[in-house]
Design a protein around this ligand. Sequence first.
Ligand code: GTP
Ligand code: MG
Length: 370
Amino acid sequence: PDVITVQELSNRMAVRGVDIIKFLMKQGLMMKINDVIDTDTAELVADEFGMAVRRVSESDVEAGFLSDADDAEATTPRPPVVAIMGHVDHGKTSLLDALRTTDVASGEAGGITQHIGAYQVRLPDDQKVTFLDTPGHAAFSAMRARGANVTDIVILVVAADDGVMPQTIEAIQHARAANAPMIVAVNKVDKPGADVTKIVNELLQYEVIAESLGGDTQIIEVSAKEKTNLDGLLEAILLQAEVMDLKADPEHSAEGIVIEAKLDKGRGPVATVLVKRGTLKRGDLVVAGSAFGRVRALLDERNAQLTEAGPSVPVEILGLDSTPSPGDVFAVVENEARARELTEYRERQRREKATGGINQVSLVDMMSKL
Ligand code: GTP
Ligand code: MG
């Protein structure tokens, strides 16, 4: 929305609204105080009154979207980001918990100890996989709506004793819309009523075709409960990731997405973020949604302090002035003035959305000034 109301422009330039309206009239534009004008016109006005317009919404990141940096040009491999989806009770949480234990460090002191919205499993050979802790479908859609497609691969969990259910179908649709390849984990194969063939056939109806039937979907039989074939599932993920050739530029200015956030009594706002590209460092000034602050601490899922976090790394950050929302984009900014500009801009956008129109918002702004 590259528009601004006459009122807002008047406030920002500290020029009377009536003077702006008069000037616009001379240009043949009949405007009232609450009317919106586009950026080009705003520039014209600013110029007339000896000021320059800075287009805050020029880049996507600034407007609260991830930048469309071309990661295809990046040369540094990054771990895949995997989301686990599926029908209620099919075993998503159990599977995540089971996968957590495959971390090579989990047997040692300092294994994954804290429950954060995303965690990274380290595998032998220094390979890593980042798991998103079962994002609700709503959160998944919200991220996608913001262009924040952080999920590379979707693991579709289907209980072997239950089969394809409504939320299984929804998950298939989400994965398709997000253009994320799917791996099917047929879970609970330990159960007496397990029927994998039936599930493979059911999936066919939704054009999810198993490799065994000539399709391109890996279907892996697992039991989260008995921890069987977790290796097979991890192998499938790594294989898929290899095909995708995932890369990111660690030198890029850090940006990513807020996975979850809460207000902690002792620590203040705590946000779990996933770095999409660039490297987030302690001391960086970040804007996350309409929150901002200097990163005071970076903590991983082992509660260990990090000095930096690169692409695909999930971390908890402390130091924000308020609590952002899941799905919000975060980005490192160069200075506080810039940070404030962005948060104000986003806050305004948020209010505009909430009140359903830019005119109403400017009215609210105006009245609060009276
Ligand atoms: P929601 O978060 O409520 O949608 O459920 P979920 O998909 O996270 O399922 P959850 O992991 O909570 O598991 C649901 C039930 O299935 C629990 O009682 C688990 O113990 C059981 N369960 C999960 N995996 C397995 C498995 O591999 N075998 C058996 N027998 N039971 C399992
Ligand atoms: Mg669950």
